[in-house]
Design a protein. Structure first.
Length: 235
């Protein structure tokens, strides 16, 4: 039992899906898992364990931004022995290749966050996906002919950022595909704690055209990404 997760020992699977929105986590458990139960309600940050195609799996809400995400990922790994984590999130596209509802498979993450400067001082760590998960997700996405792209993302510290246009221009010029708020911390914690991690992101809006998917779809939809994540764990 941790400060933010009240699950009993042994009640969280080794493979965990991570969603910023706790209601997306609830929806995933209700839609994809059999025999599921809710192991966490602290702060309304739902976590569920169940079975997918006979495999034991969990899903946990993380909240938005690296500090919130970090608390849940830390407690899952240190307190409950979680070994593989796949984020199933949303992102804003900043490139022509990723359209609304495309899946972005995050190979690595740029950031404007100060968290890794605080951790590593002048050492500039490169947060990147676990290659085995990345390769499997990519191969599956191609096999299934999904509208998926692989590349870097920009993990931003602020959603409403007065300097977002300048930052996106830099990120875009360096080849980043999309903006979101957690992947850098996921990949950093995975390296520090020797676990495997991948970030899959469905494009919910465009910073280029300002199009958006409707809010309910952002909360519950994105079936292709969730199925891809589960198949990546258990292929
Ligand atoms: O949909 P989630 O997983 O929350 O991800 C994205 O959406 C939130 C911003 O609206 C941030 O957490 C960002 O990373
Ligand atoms: O962080 C995020 C997530 C979705 N869309 C954005 O523009 N930013």
């Amino acid at each position: 039992m941790g400060i933010h997760i009240e699950a009993k020992d042994g009640s969280i699977a080794e493979c965990v899906l991570l969603s910023g929105d706790p209601l997306r986590a609830k929806h995933i458990a209700q839609t994809y898992f059999s025999d599921s139960f809710c192991y966490n309600e602290i702060r309304g940050m739902y976590g569920y364990t169940g079975y997918w195609n006979g495999h034991r799996v969990s899903v946990q809400g993380t909240g938005m931004g690296m500090p919130s995400f970090s608390i849940y990922a830390h407690e899952l790994i240190e307190g409950y022995g979680v070994k593989k984590l796949i984020r199933v999130g949303t992102c804003g596209t900043i490139c022509e290749r990723a359209k609304l509802r495309s899946i972005v498979i995050a190979q690595a993450a740029d950031t404007d966050s100060g968290m890794n400067r605080s951790r590593f001082d002048s050492y500039s760590f490169a947060p990147c996906a676990s290659f085995s998960l990345l390769q499997r997700a990519w191969d599956l996405a191609m096999e299934k002919k999904l509208d998926a792209v692989v590349g870097n993302v920009f993990t931003s510290d602020q959603f409403y950022d007065g300097k977002i246009e300048e930052k996106v221009a830099i990120a875009k010029s360096l080849g980043a595909l999309a903006v979101e708020m957690e992947t850098c911390e996921l990949y950093t914690l995975a390296a520090l704690k020797k676990v495997k991690a991948l970030s899959l992101l469905t494009v919910s809006d465009s910073l280029l055209t300002l199009e958006q998917v409707p809010p309910l779809e952002r909360q519950v939809a994105f079936d292709e990404m969730v199925t891809l994540a589960l198949e990546t764990f258990f292929d």
